[in-house]
Design a protein around this ligand. Structure first.
Ligand code: DGT
Ligand code: CA
Ligand code: CA
Ligand code: ZN
Length: 594
């Protein structure tokens, strides 16, 4: 019976094993030169710009500078058998938890070893408890200060490892970093630079930022990157890859690749991992092994093993495999591969498709800018229409609008619209409100008032913790109200701060489709509500959607991309979203309310 092939290890995974061997030897207090040899090997492998498996297959492991006989044998053993006997034995001797203890800032290999041997501590969590309960100070040479340092270190490490950064924070930080890096280098040092990873896919939260660049002078780029003022900690320093921590604790990795590797490298580091695996399987079926540098022939019907193909762009790589280019937002292995194969990928909505905004605030409720200021900013930003929708009274937190104040707003809007028409502009203001869906499902303003408005957005801001049936019925009552045009931020979640309500969105979306109620994708990066999966579901159920900034200030007009990219993650096309339509067409959708 043939044995199963060993698992495949990529360069980073091989490097990690040698790193771990080095750390274990450090804890054991082994020979310094031996430790350095393993650390150097890990570093060399991480910096290689060829797949280690293809180097191995070509029998060229020992020709890699810095890889000697002993380590070369171990790589061979790993890639052939799937394990390294020496590493297995070391792991049995030194608990991996002790290695992790050493990663805590201010805990070195000697301390880790003493805590392990003398107090029998074998993990970060145990070490934390020991520090909190004053056990560590019982060791000779340790004191209260050491315990405090250990606790602080654990906190720092945890913040770096678990905290995902909200998209709305990570995106400007990353864009600013790229701009600063370019400014810190002589012109034309960098030929290409792009943010990859989850940020390029516009995930709601970001683990770390991955930036990829092409440059003839990688060392200069690395030095400039590590020298940026926002680099408060250097987490890794190589010739082609460096990592820094920003003041918030967020990690940023920068890699410099060769131009001919750009396509596969950008694809690889954009992910998601699940998408990458699907693409790799597709390549395998055609006789290619795909890695972050190239396609390499492997059991190819015509080509000898090891033949490489490079791609300067993702488009060329996807096309070579018979696939349409997949927008990064779709790369979550949720149907995009099939569509790419059939060349039936959707024409996704773009920021430039948005012609108007249907949910915004002014100083009439909790907005920071006046109606005039908001309107001027909207017009300057190229919007064709803009709905002023201040909160209805009684929300408790702020002043709001009632019938009388709405009349006042109507007078202002009429005056402004008159001015636009006079000036030959087709920009139009609409009058609406964001009416509160009260705890019992009634609305914060009477139907008679709502009936006089152009656009009514209905939202829930209070009583979000009602049980499922109650909050669902409450929302359905609003959706069924013939005056309600738009359901605002349907789940009320605040990413990282407030869970979505228990609402049964499937039912709400069904009734929204039935009644012609438009469902909002709120573009505020704290909300992104509907989220991408439900936006996709809404369109499937036949709902029309609207992407709104819910701007409370002129500055918040800039939030639109977060909404549009969320819509793209939800596979939406311009036809799914009513504010891509010119004024008159858009109004038809509002009139369609049943
Ligand atoms: P994050 O940082 O947690 O928000 O998510 P990503 O997607 O940015 O993940 P990250 O930073 O770990 O890696 C960036 C991309 O690199 C990831 O989307 C896919 C690729 N990648 C990284 N490590 C591996 C791996 O071990 N296997 C595979 N297939 N791909 C990987
Ligand atoms: Ca990342
Ligand atoms: Ca990363
Ligand atoms: Zn609002």
């Amino acid at each position: 019976m043939p044995s199963a092939p060993p698992p495949r290890f990529n360069n980073y995974q091989v490097a990690e094993i040698f790193d771990a061997i080095g750390d274990m030897l450090l804890i054991l207090g082994d020979n310094r030169f031996k430790i350095i040899a393993y650390q150097n090997a890990a570093h060399t492998i991480e910096e290689l710009n060829r797949d280690i498996n293809s180097i191995h297959a070509a029998g060229e492991l020992r020709s890699i500078p810095g890889i000697g006989q002993a380590i070369g044998d171990k790589i061979d053993e790993l890639l052939t058998t799937g394990a390294i006997d020496y590493y297995t034995k070391l792991s049995a001797q030194v608990p991996i938890g002790v290695v992790e203890m050493m990663r805590v800032p201010d805990v070195g290999p000697k301390s880790a070893r003493r805590l392990w041997e003398e107090l029998n501590i074998t993990g970060v969590e145990e070490m934390k408890v020991a520090a909190q309960t004053g056990r560590i100070r019982t060791l000779k040479g340790f004191g209260v200060k050491s315990e405090e340092r250990i606790l602080k270190g654990i906190e720092l490490l945890a913040r770096r490892q678990d905290d995902r950064t909200p998209l709305g924070d990570a995106r400007p930080l990353a864009d600013g970093l790229v701009a600063d890096l370019l400014a810190a280098l002589p012109p034309h040092t960098i030929q290409k630079i792009e943010v990859a990873g989850s940020l390029r896919r516009w995930r709601e939260t970001i683990g770390d930022v991955d930036i990829l660049a092409v440059s003839q002078e990688p060392v200069a780029v690395m030095e400039a990157f590590r020298g940026l003022p926002q680099a408060v900690e250097i987490l890794g320093a190589g010739e082609r890859k460096s990592s820094i921590a920003l003041p918030s604790g967020m990690q940023v990795d920068l890699r410099v690749v060769e131009s001919r590797h750009w396509g596969p490298a950008l694809a690889y580091f954009t992910g998601s991992q699940a998408h990458n695996i699907a693409v790799r399987e597709m390549a395998q079926k055609q006789g290619w092994s795909l890695n972050e540098y190239a396609l390499t022939a492997q059991d190819h019907p015509q080509l000898p093993d090891g033949t490489e193909r490079y791609f300067e762009s993702e488009e060329e790589l996807y096309a070579f495999l018979g696939l349409g280019w997949v927008a990064p937002e779709l790369r979550e292995n949720s149907g995009e591969m099939q569509a790419a194969r059939q060349h039936s990928l959707p024409r996704l909505i773009e920021v430039g498709d948005i012609l108007g905004e249907l949910h915004s605030h002014t100083t009439f409720s909790d907005g920071k800018n006046s109606m005039e200021e908001m309107a001027a900013a909207a017009q300057a930003a190229g919007y064709r229409y803009w709905n002023v929708s201040d909160h209805s009274i009684g929300l408790g937190i702020t002043q709001g609008v009632d019938g009388e104040r709405l009349l006042e707003q109507r007078r202002i809007i009429d005056r402004l619209n008159h001015g636009y028409a006079e000036a030959g502009s087709d920009f139009r203001l609409l009058l609406g409100t964001e009416v509160e869906i009260l705890a019992d499902g009634s609305l914060g303003l009477p139907d008679a008032v709502l009936g006089g408005l152009d656009v009514v957005v209905a939202s829930i801001h209070t009583g979000l913790r009602q049980e499922r049936e109650k909050i669902t019925q409450r929302c359905l009552a609003a959706v069924r109200n013939p005056h309600v045009d738009i359901l605002g931020h349907p789940t009320g979640r605040l990413i990282g701060r407030r869970e979505p309500s228990e609402i049964d969105l499937e039912r709400v979306l069904q009734i929204a489709a039935e009644t012609g109620t438009i469902v909002e994708i709120n573009a505020n990066p704290a909300r992104l509500d509907l989220n991408a999966p439900y936006a996709r579901r809404a369109a499937e159920l036949g709902c029309k959607l609207v992407i709104n900034c819910d701007a409370h200030s002129v500055a918040e007009l800039a939030l639109l991309p977060y909404g549009v990219h969320t819509a793209r993650r939800g596979w939406l096309t311009p036809a799914d979203v009513i504010n891509t339509q010119p004024f008159d067409e858009m109004l038809k959708f509002l009139k369609d309310k049943r």
